[in-house]
Design a protein around this ligand. Structure first.
Ligand code: DGJ
Length: 398
């Protein structure tokens, strides 16, 4: 009888009538299967791209871009979606938590705008959940380059849209010599991508250009440090330089203290974590929706200086970040120094089919390392701990 049931199940699977969830249980541990369809608890592929995760009161909340089918699916027709989970593998759809405006055409988040890479943090003082995101205005392509903010009393929303803007208007970064603020450049024969032009970008060409109106803000993340300060990190200056900005105590505005990371380095998709007191950042290059090689950086202070550590990916597929682009680094609760690298495998022709590449972010010789895994579970971090302990023991022996 068992064999007959098995045979029938196989037939149904082959006929495509039923499908097994990608993140199914095998043995006792639920597996994470990078790049595969990831069904939520209703059996639908999770729709939370360019996402980030907040852990609050024992529950993980995954916020991301809610995409739609077809070529235009990157335009935001509904808003930002959220999912909740206790174990990081089984996710319940919590619906759209920030809704776009349906009727008010003067709204900056009118249906058809582009909302990317939403990140939510919790402010313990105000008891508000604060969502920041990259906002592009409807019909304007990617030229607006603004950062938007919304708040809610609950992680599952509804979030209320507050404002969007280009940050740091009228303030110079702390790690670019202030003498450069007055530099005059004859741009008549200055061609993009030449060494002369790169030098001028490093010397603040675009910071000066956007000084009054505020700096461009595209791919972004938000990071809350152990001591409660939050930082907004975004691609700026035509995606050439990353900006790291301190947020106000309520996390709703910029204090004006900011620094540049890798000037003219052409980085997107910043994701950050803190391990043993040091900050690690993983970014991508800039090739639109196509994958490229990831980069990594380390710093003792979030405002820099940052040192390049090269491509964190190793093995086959490393040169294209395993066909994905970073979005977030998630600290796993209850495990020391356990981090998950979260990335997107974009599908621009049908954005709703975009896949999630989650990999354990391990550290070797104080460098972040990413290796492809077909399927894995959180016990990988326990092994890491043991291996580290074992190797520490070994090195202590004469
Ligand atoms: C790459 C960025 O990382 C994405 O978030 C998105 O903005 C695409 N570019 C658009 O081409």
């Amino acid at each position: 009888m068992r064999r007959l049931e098995g045979f029938l199940l196989l037939l149904l699977l082959l006929a495509g009538c039923i499908s097994l969830p990608a993140q199914q249980k095998e043995g006792s541990a639920a597996l994470i299967k990078p790049g595969e369809i990831w069904p939520d608890t209703d059996g639908k592929h999770i729709n939370a791209h360019g996402g980030g995760i907040l852990f609050h009161k024992g529950i993980y909340y995954w916020f991301g871009e809610h995409k739609t089918a077809g070529r235009g699916g990157n335009s935001t027709l509904f808003g930002v979606g959220a999912y909740s989970s206790k174990d990081l593998t089984s996710w319940k759809n919590e619906d759209i938590v920030l809704k776009v405006e349906e009727n008010d055409s003067t709204s900056e988040i009118i249906k058809g705008c582009v909302i990317e890479r939403p990140k939510v943090v919790y402010n313990a003082k105000t008891k508000k959940f604060v969502m920041w995101f990259h906002l592009e205005l409807k019909g304007k392509g990617y030229e607006a380059a603004r950062t938007g903010v919304a708040t809610s009393d609950s992680p599952t929303g509804p979030f209320t849209y507050l404002k969007s803007y280009r940050p740091n208007a009228g303030v110079w970064p702390i790690n670019v010599p202030s003498s450069l603020q007055a530099k005059k450049v004859d741009e008549t024969n200055l061609k993009w991508w030449t060494p002369e032009w790169t030098k001028e970008v490093q010397d603040g060409l675009f910071i000066r250009r956007d000084f009054q109106q505020g700096q461009m803000a595209r791919d972004m993340t938000v990071f809350v440090d152990d001591y409660g300060k939050a930082y907004h990190i975004h691609s700026s200056e035509e995606n050439l330089t990353l900006h790291i900005s301190e947020l106000s105590d309520d996390y709703l505005s910029f204090t004006g203290k900011w620094s540049v990371l890798a000037p003219a380095g052409h980085n997107e998709a910043p994701a950050i974590c803190k391990r043993n007191g040091k900050y690690y950042m993983i970014t991508s290059g800039c090739t639109g929706w196509d994958p490229n090689a990831a980069r990594s950086f380390v710093a003792e202070s979030i405002m820099g200086p940052w040192k390049s550590l090269g491509n964190p990916c190793v093995g086959e597929g490393a040169d294209l970040t395993f066909e994905s682009q970073s979005t977030y680094i998630l600290p796993v609760q209850g495990k020391k120094n356990a981090f998950i690298f979260m990335a997107d495998r974009w599908r621009p022709k049908n954005p709703i089919d975009g896949r999630y590449v989650w990999l354990p972010l391990l550290f070797e010789d104080e460098k972040p390392i990413l290796r492809w895994q077909d399927a894995w579970d959180l016990s990988v971090f326990d092994k890491q701990g043991k291996e580290t302990k074992a190797s520490t023991k070994k090195t202590k022996q004469p």
